[in-house]
Design a protein around this ligand. Structure first.
Ligand SMILES: [Zn+2]
Length: 595
């Protein structure tokens, strides 16, 4: 027996060494046969691209590409957010003669608007003359106007702006501008560059934008450039690096003296929120063999260590047990990795006076198999069940960079996995939440609300937040009701509802207020416990919201947002980062009110 034991332990060691060797070949940190992963890499904004603004047009002819922004004629107001496609966009699209003619006449119009700046006007007139003199037949099929007679600029593009009449349209237009410029960067960046000095793009804006629109331009620009190469092999990663040359993008904003807008500052804000969007998408995109509760806790700690206004506390399962978090730990019990209760805090370094205490909670199921009520469809999507946690941690990053005053924000995630093992919770188990409520588990796949129950009690009683917003990928029923573009909002307080809807309108992240139907509370009653974790057959998203109300003081403003639909971009097959912008905007609004 003893000898056998020794032989076994030696072969185990060999196995362990083999696993380590295998993992060293991996292009990203992942589990080994014997250990779960503890470290997730995340994507930074691309460093080969820069985005800035300049009120002067000096040196414009040195640019590799000039984009002339022009405004649509006033009778085209309906097309307020439509663009004339970029002339000479990416080399693949042809350009019809008629749209080229339109562009010429539009350039003509815009020149008249720009006469106050004589030297720029001269430049544009010269460019226009070249465009006119080049016969359409000599333009390449890609319609790139190469000025062969001079070295630069290499290409001239034209971009038509609509006459926007309201702020929603202005934001949408800003979003389109950011995305179009990002696409241009992609195509310019791939072009061969023998000089090694990198490419430059200058964009002549036909008018000044609001600061919020500039922030949106930058956000859209950077988030369009997002690429998650983390799980590609090393050779693919190398190839991608080699094919992306440096590009600088400069908006020539034609700021007149009366305009006080700090465009550079607004662009920086957009970059901060985009950085947060990257983090949120990275968290949702990471598969379970990379991102588990331990790796998420590590991510939160590393994030907090970057910013002086952020701190992070991780409660182990023993700590959670001491606080009586039986609902959360019941869900976590079946997983290889220990449950991690993540509590990050943002405190502004400037300003004084009492801070308004906000709690933001995100569902953090790093994987949801459904447990013993195992999922029979869409299980491969269930790495997205941490979308709430992703939005919360992204918001923490952005707020740490933007530093709003007047608010103290608590970011809370009860992180775990819903797995099957001999330790896992089974249907009919009765769990006791930290406020003493007993819960009959009728379906182990309705686990998100169990983890959230203890997170809510913690934010309410332990931290004593004055208002609480919670985001979760909670129900398929919400996706059925609102589709993949809109999140559901359940909230008793009209004031909190209004402020969230305002934030939604300002960011374009859509939410829709849903009813809290009193009668359906009946469906949550249990014969053996205080409540059960499943409501009636219909209205599943509503009964989930009603369930959560059991864990927050009834007088405290509390909003539940079901993001199961918008968390994933089905077209792009990747995370959307939904929720970050909404939360950041909402907290900033609150900060203004309480400053
Ligand atoms: Zn589930």
């Amino acid at each position: 027996m003893h000898i056998m034991g020794r032989v076994n332990s030696i072969s185990c060691l060999l196995f362990a060494a083999g696993a380590l060797a295998a993992s060293s070949k991996s292009s990203f940190p992942t589990w080994t046969f014997l250990r779960p992963n503890r470290h997730m890499e995340w994507n930074e904004l691309p460093t080969h691209v820069s985005l800035s603004s300049n009120p002067f047009h000096a040196g414009i002819l040195d640019a590799d590409a000039i984009v002339m922004g022009i405004t649509a004629e006033s009778n085209e107001t309906n097309a307020s957010v439509n663009w004339l496609e970029l002339l000479s966009h990416d080399g693949s699209d042809g350009l019809s003669n008629s749209s080229f003619e339109n562009a010429l006449s539009a350039i003509q119009d815009s020149l008249q608007q720009l006469v106050y700046d004589q030297s720029l006007s001269d430049t544009l007139i010269a460019l226009k003359a070249e465009v006119e003199n080049a016969s359409i037949a000599t333009l390449s099929s890609s319609a790139v106007l190469i000025k062969e007679s001079r070295q630069s600029p290499q290409s001239i593009y034209c971009m038509q702006f609509g006459n926007v009449t309201n702020s929603t349209a202005a934001l949408k237009q800003a979003r389109l501008l950011g995305a179009a410029v990002a696409n241009l960067v992609e195509s310019v960046s791939k072009k061969k560059d023998d000089s090694k000095k990198g490419k430059s793009i200058k964009i002549l804006m036909p008018f000044q934008l609001e600061a919020s629109a500039w922030t949106e331009v930058a956000f859209s620009f950077w988030t369009t450039l997002y690429k998650d190469m983390r799980f590609k092999g090393n050779s693919e990663k190398e190839k991608a690096k080699e094919s992306s040359g440096a590009v600088t993008v400069e908006f020539i904003t034609l700021n007149d003296a009366s305009s006080q807008i700090d465009v550079q500052d607004a662009l920086q804000k957009g970059a901060s929120i985009a950085r947060a969007n990257y983090m949120a998408r990275d968290i949702v995109n990471a598969p379970h063999n990379v991102l588990n509760s331990l790796a998420l806790a590590d991510t939160a700690e590393r994030l907090a260590s970057r910013y002086r206004s952020l701190s992070c506390k991780i409660l182990s399962s023993a700590n959670c047990e001491r606080l009586g978090m039986g609902a959360f730990l019941g869900v976590a019990r079946g997983s290889e990795t220990e449950a991690q209760f993540i509590h990050m805090t943002y405190k502004p370094r400037r300003g004084r006076g009492k801070l308004h205490k906000i709690g933001i909670i995100g569902k953090g199921l790093l994987f949801d198999t459904g447990g013993y009520n195992i999922k029979t469809s869409m299980m491969e999507m269930m790495k997205f069940d941490c979308g709430g946690a992703a939005a919360v941690m992204g918001a923490a990053l952005a707020l740490a960079e933007l530093e709003p005053e007047g608010v103290e924000v608590h970011f809370i995630v009860a992180a775990c996995e819903n797995m099957i093992s001999e330790r896992a919770c089974v249907p009919s188990d009765v769990l006791v939440a930290s406020n003493g409520k007993t819960i009959e588990v009728l379906n182990t796949d309705a686990e998100g609300r169990l983890t959230m129950a203890d997170a809510l009690v913690y934010a309410d009683k332990e931290v004593q937040c004055e208002e609480i917003v919670e985001l979760s990928t909670l129900t398929g029923a919400c996706m059925v009701a609102l589709g993949s573009a809109v999140a559901g909002l359940w909230v008793d307080s009209d004031d909190l509802a209004d402020s969230l809807i305002r934030a939604s309108k300002a960011t374009g992240e859509q939410i829709w207020r849903m009813p809290l139907v009193e009668d359906y509370k009946e469906d949550l009653k249990s014969k053996v416990a205080d409540i059960k974790n499943l409501g009636g057959r219909y209205g599943g998203a509503i009964s989930a919201a009603l369930f959560l109300q059991n864990f927050v003081d009834g007088n405290k403003p509390f909003a539940h947002i079901d993001i199961a639909g918008p968390v994933w971009n089905f077209k792009a097959s990747q995370a959307s980062g939904y929720g970050v912008k909404l939360l950041v905007e909402w907290v900033q609004q609150r900060a203004k009110e309480y400053k």
